[in-house]
Design a protein around this ligand. Structure first.
Ligand code: 6PG
Length: 224
């Protein structure tokens, strides 16, 4: 069952979230000589990624993976991976074993295939955010989860700036050794209640998928 921890101090939230990630990376590297870290975009995780960039992890043994992406050119403000790379810092990016990131290819299917061919069999640690509608990655209510595949093309609701999305599939995310869900702000309170009370099935509230993961931590920075 997922463990939820709440914070009112941002530094405490950052430190605990970074430790949850680096602790699992280091254990995976000790056990398997390699690990992988799948990172979400959105607006929440960047202070944690900035701190990660200063951590003494054996990044040479870590593969970085994009959790999901909007089907836009790399110079588009909506493009997640550019923001993730910027937050992690050039030194870390130069050291990592390899990077599997969705790009604006000739088609979404081509971009999915490139990532699919790059992915490790299972991810080490997957870092997620959650929308107020319960979406994780780009797995939105009523959208396909990508059964029997590691990646999936989805469509975000019209309320989002970019509807054409590419995402790791639910199966692939759930095969991770560890899931870390990062939340910030009391605007997520209603979604957290729905999640923890398991009010809706995953098809209606996709974050429900992670509740039964054997090693899932939720770190939520509240406003006070
Ligand atoms: C994205 C993310 C998405 C994000 C949630 C939460 O492409 O936007 O991958 O799944 O994690 O929408 O976003 P916030 O962190 O902005 O609340």
């Amino acid at each position: 069952m997922a463990i939820i921890r709440t914070y009112t101090d941002e530094q405490d939230w950052i430190a605990a979230s970074v430790q949850a990630i680096t602790g699992s990376l280091e254990q995976d590297i000790r056990d398997n000589d390699a690990s992988s870290l799948a990172l979400s975009g959105g607006s929440t995780p960047y202070p944690i990624y900035q701190q990660l960039g200063t951590e003494p992890v054996l990044w040479e043994q870590v593969s970085l993976i994009s959790v999901d992406e909007r089907f836009v050119p790399a110079d588009d403000p909506e493009y997640n991976w550019a923001k993730i790379v910027s937050a992690l810092g050039e030194e870390l990016i130069a050291r990592v074993k390899r990077t599997c990131a969705f790009t604006y290819a000739a088609s979404r299917e081509e971009s999915l295939r490139v990532v699919e061919d790059c992915l490790p069999d299972r991810p080490g640690i997957v870092v997620l955010g959650m929308g107020t509608d319960g979406h994780i990655a780009s797995l939105f209510p009523g959208q396909p989860f990508g059964d029997n595949r590691t990646v999936v093309a989805t469509t975000a609701p019209d309320s989002y700036e970019t509807q054409e999305r590419m995402s790791l599939s639910a199966d692939y995310i759930l095969s991770a050794q560890k899931i870390v869900l990062l939340l910030k702000g009391d605007s997520k309170a209603n979604a957290v209640d729905i999640l923890m009370d398991q009010e809706y099935p995953a098809e209606q509230f996709p974050a429900t998928l992670i509740l039964d993961h054997p090693d899932c931590e939720i770190h939520w920075l509240r406003e006070g």
